[in-house]
Design a protein around this ligand. Structure first.
Ligand code: MG
Length: 196
């Protein structure tokens, strides 16, 4: 006769409801570690700052009548907002606390289009580092849900850095040729109109 395997007994059985309630936000609270929760909230702020930065760049390019560059920046702004919202939804899905903090003012002016784009690339590289840090924290805490979410963001950052670098290279190719810059601006405007 086969012996029934002993079922492991959850430690939860041995605590009272009152004790469980005092330890948890609710009976179904998921176990997102506090430091991951804090890091994700900080990342929401980073993404919102990125959106704000691109919005400032869109305004600056618009003031130079470089409307194609401005449209490209607007599209980036929308993407960054979506990143913030994706993180907020992820926190909300786990019944975690969402804290919206102050967003610092982005730079308002730049020496030239190349300087603006280099600022954008630097910001993306900083963002990649912050995302990598959260991924590593999640691995250490064995928070697999955040690990998977950060993998999406890591992939996304490869794309973000690549598009900023490509644009920088094309502006460098245009050099002091204003005609070439205007052709590039027109192309960016067409692409933004087609995708957005
Ligand atoms: Mg982003």
């Amino acid at each position: 006769m086969r012996r029934a395997r002993a079922r492991p007994i959850s430690a939860r059985r041995f605590v009272s409801r009152e004790f469980a309630a005092s330890q948890q936000k609710g009976p179904f609270r998921m176990t997102i570690p506090t430091d991951v929760e804090t890091a994700l909230n900080d990342q929401v702020n980073n993404e919102l700052y990125s959106a704000y930065m691109y919005l400032g760049m869109a305004t600056w390019f618009d003031s130079l009548a470089l409307t194609g560059f401005s449209a490209w920046m607007q599209a980036q702004c929308v993407e960054e907002l979506q990143h913030a919202q994706k993180l907020m939804q992820f926190l909300s899905d786990q019944d975690a606390t969402i804290t919206l903090k102050e967003i610092k003012a982005p730079p308002a002016t730049f020496d030239d289009p190349l300087a603006a784009l280099e600022t954008a690339l630097q910001a993306e590289q900083d963002n990649t580092e912050q995302i990598n840090d959260i991924y590593e924290l999640a691995v250490r805490q064995q928070d697999h849900a955040t690990e998977v979410m950060m993998q999406w963001f890591i992939q996304e950052q490869v794309e973000e850095e690549r598009s900023a670098r490509t644009l920088i290279e094309r502006v460098r190719l245009a050099g002091n040729d204003r005609g070439a810059l205007l052709v590039l601006d027109a192309q960016l405007g067409e692409r933004s109109a087609a995708t957005g």
